[in-house]
Design a protein around this ligand. Structure first.
Ligand SMILES: [Zn+2]
Ligand SMILES: [Zn+2]
Ligand SMILES: [Zn+2]
Ligand SMILES: [Zn+2]
Length: 483
């Protein structure tokens, strides 16, 4: 018997076919389907610095290259750097910027430097002069390839714009031929410039074509600088050269020597909300305040789908029956009827394609249509295995979640064949696993199981619809290896 506490031993089949533990799944209350990080839409809600919690709009974040202007990471160990103050005797020769010439008195002045509390790296190690202000003002190194980067950036932007423009033209022509649909420019009084504006395109093409014409492509050259003669003979001092992660943390400079390390401006963090791709409803939405870890909307599968945990199991042996103890939990505030099924007995469900409306066509003409290419990667999870959980024909009733019952000590011991014990919204089941006699010893023992459960939807429906549903979930239990 093995005792298991880790949740990854039980994986649920998402509606897109991925296998995930319940803790990484979402539940859309509008489609009544399990969703995972792979089949939902991730949207950036806000940018903030995880260190100083400064919040900024995405335009500003883009301008700052997604880095905080006042917080730095250690270039050596990537821990956050702290600002330290020292008293320094004012000497004019040491003034870095030379701006403090008026300070002629001999009063000691507070000077600041950056220090890593984790690895003891300081900005003094690499000769960065101390600053007279605690925040900001740290010397910035300019990227040696800045002008080339900007050229490339302009060029690619121009190409993207041109392609968008061409697509827009094509769409417009198509609509004009069909004649049925409203074309943006004719019927709605929307001018071409306005349409371009909505689609985020520039108001004229001349700028982009000029950028493309003036661009000089890079030339490959056969002449490469020779390596220094002593490259293979010189002794390497590992204390002086940087590691690969240290080099790649600053891709613009890629310092090869420790002496060239420079504080790294801290990368901004984002808060994201997640949306169901099929119905466009939010599955999670965080609170805007970067200091808050709460959510305004949090539709996690953990709160809606019955949770299954393995209590213990006997070693799986080919051609034999092994005991399996499972714990079921009803996380909802309503009583739940539950039945165990074989995965093959679950009625197939199809993803409905939503009907196209005029607005959708307009969206499409503006190239704003949402990406549906993800559908092509949908698949059916392979839940076939040599182990079969013998499912009892009885319907089990799970009480609603009761937070106060957590403090109760006594659990009810049932005399029933399959129910081991029952406590508040939890139920322990005594089941059996039948293993195929052809199962290879040493092969992973997986058993698939399906749940049929009643679900009460508490979303206020637009039209009076039944809010009682029968839903299905398929899960795969990892029972070690065939012994
Ligand atoms: Zn999924
Ligand atoms: Zn910051
Ligand atoms: Zn460090
Ligand atoms: Zn949905």
């Amino acid at each position: 018997m093995a005792y298991l506490t880790q949740p990854d031993y039980v994986k649920y089949v998402c509606s897109c076919g991925q296998l995930k533990p319940i803790t990484s799944l979402y539940f859309c209350r509008h489609c009544l389907k399990i969703r995972c990080g792979f089949c939902i839409c991730h949207e950036v809600d806000s940018h903030h610095c995880a260190n100083c919690l400064e919040n900024m709009p995405s335009s500003e974040a883009r301008l700052k290259k997604n880095r905080c202007s006042s917080c730095f990471d250690c270039p050596s160990c990537f821990h956050t750097l702290s600002t330290r103050a020292t008293m320094a005797q004012q000497r004019q020769a040491q003034d870095p910027a030379g701006g403090d010439a008026k300070v002629e008195n001999k009063q000691p002045k507070k000077m600041y430097y950056l220090s890593c509390f984790n690895c003891r790296w300081t900005s003094r190690d690499v000769g960065i002069p101390d600053q007279s202000v605690a925040s900001g003002g740290w010397p910035e190194r300019t990227n040696p390839f800045l002008s080339r980067y900007n050229q490339l950036l302009d060029y690619y932007k121009a190409i993207a714009q041109q392609e968008k423009q061409e697509k827009l033209e094509r769409e417009r022509k198509k609509f004009a031929i069909r004649g049925k649909y409203i074309t943006l420019t004719d019927k709605t009084g929307l001018t071409g410039a306005m349409a371009r504006n909505i689609a985020g395109l520039p108001s004229s093409e001349s700028g982009s074509s000029a950028a493309i014409a003036n661009f000089t492509p890079s030339q490959a050259s056969e002449e490469v600088e020779e390596l220094p003669d002593d490259i293979y003979t010189k002794e390497v001092n590992l204390k002086q050269i940087t590691s690969m992660p240290q080099r790649l943390a600053a891709p613009e400079w890629q310092p090869a020597l420790v002496a060239r390390l420079h504080p790294l401006a801290k990368l901004l963090s984002i808060k994201r909300s997640q949306r169901c791709r099929a119905c466009d409803h939010n599955l999670t939405k965080p609170e805007y305040n970067p200091g808050s870890i709460k959510f305004k909307i949090e539709l996690l599968a953990y709160y809606h789908v019955p949770e299954v945990k393995i209590i213990s199991y006997e070693t799986i042996k080919p051609g034999e029956k092994s005991a399996l103890l499972l714990k079921l939990t009803n996380p909802t505030a309503h009583e739940m009827q539950l039945r165990l099924l074989q995965p093959a007995d679950v009625p197939p469900v199809e993803e409905k394609e939503e009907p196209r409306s005029i607005e959708k066509s307009l969206e499409k003409s503006l190239n704003l249509e949402k990406d549906t290419s993800y559908r092509s990667i949908y698949r059916t999870a392979d839940v076939s295995s040599s182990c079969v959980v013998v499912t009892p024909a009885t319907t089990l009733t799970l009480a609603q979640r009761d937070d106060a019952a957590e403090y109760d000590d006594d659990s009810q011991h049932d005399t029933s064949d399959i129910i081991l014990w029952r406590k508040s919204n939890k139920l322990a089941l005594r089941l059996e696993v039948q293993t195929d006699s052809a199962a290879q010893s040493g092969a992973p023992a997986r058993a698939a199981l399906a749940l049929e459960y009643s679900y009460r939807n508490t979303v206020p429906p637009a039209a009076p619809a039944p809010n009682h549903h029968t839903l299905y979930a398929t899960l795969v239990l990892d029972l070690g290896t065939v012994g």
